[in-house]
Design a protein. Structure first.
Length: 183
C-alpha cells in the first residue's frame, strides 16, 4: 500500500505543512517524513491521528488507488452494442463487482425474443420512454422515473413499447470479481 504518497498528496492539496501535522498529532517531523516516503508504516492508531489532522476519513487513507473514485466523462464513455437488435450501450463505469451503463432501445426493440439469464443483480432506472419488463411470471410497464430491481439468474426481458427511444440506466452487481470486457 502507498499510504505515504496519499498522506503527502492530501497534505499538499490542503496546504498543510509537516510541522502543522506534527503539532496536531505529536509525531516528529522525521517520522512524518518517513511515513510520506513509505520508509515506515504507521500503526492504525497513528494513522488515525494523521487522518484526523488531515480531516479525512481513516478508511480513505487505507484504500488502494484502484478503489478510489474513478471518473468517466461523457465524451470518454466506451460505447458498444448489445443483443440481436444491437442496442446502443454507453458504459458509465465498472469495478470488479459492478458495472453501470445506459442502454438505448429504439421503438419496438428488446433485449431479444427469448428471456435471458445470467449471474448477478440488476437495478434499472427508466430515464426516458416507456418499457415493458418481464422476469419469470412477473411483468410490468415502466415510464420515466420508474425503477425496478431483479436477480438476473431468473430469465428476464425488456422491450421498448413507446413511440420514441427509451433509455435505461442499468447497474449490475456480481458477487464474484469479473473482467467485464469478457462478457
Amino acid at each position: 500500500m502507498d499510504i505515504g504518497s496519499t498522506v503527502r498528496a492530501i497534505r499538499k492539496r490542503k496546504n498543510i505543512t509537516i510541522a502543522q501535522i506534527c503539532e496536531k498529532t505529536g509525531l516528529s517531523q522525521g517520522f512524518m517524513s518517513q511515513v510520506e516516503t513509505n520508509k515506515t508504516s504507521p500503526s492504525i492508531a497513528t494513522l488515525e491521528s494523521i487522518a484526523q489532522a488531515l480531516e479525512v476519513p481513516l478508511a480513505y487513507l487505507l484504500l488502494k488507488k484502484e478503489d478510489r473514485m474513478r471518473i468517466v466523462r461523457k465524451q470518454e464513455r466506451r460505447e458498444t452494442s448489445s443483443g440481436p437488435e444491437r442496442l446502443k450501450v454507453s458504459h458509465l463505469g465498472e469495478s470488479q463487482h459492478m458495472r453501470m451503463m445506459i442502454v438505448e432501445f429504439p421503438p419496438g426493440s428488446s433485449t431479444g425474443e427469448l428471456p435471458h439469464a445470467h449471474e448477478g443483480e440488476e437495478i434499472h432506472l427508466v430515464l426516458q420512454g416507456k418499457i415493458y419488463a418481464e422476469q419469470g411470471e412477473d411483468s410490468s410497464v415502466f415510464e420515466e422515473g420508474d425503477s425496478f430491481i431483479w436477480n438476473a439468474c431468473t430469465p428476464h426481458k425488456v422491450r421498448n413499447i413507446g413511440d420514441g427511444i427509451a433509455k435505461i440506466l442499468i447497474s449490475i452487481y456480481h458477487e464474484e470479481p469479473r473482467d467485464w470486457n469478457l462478457i
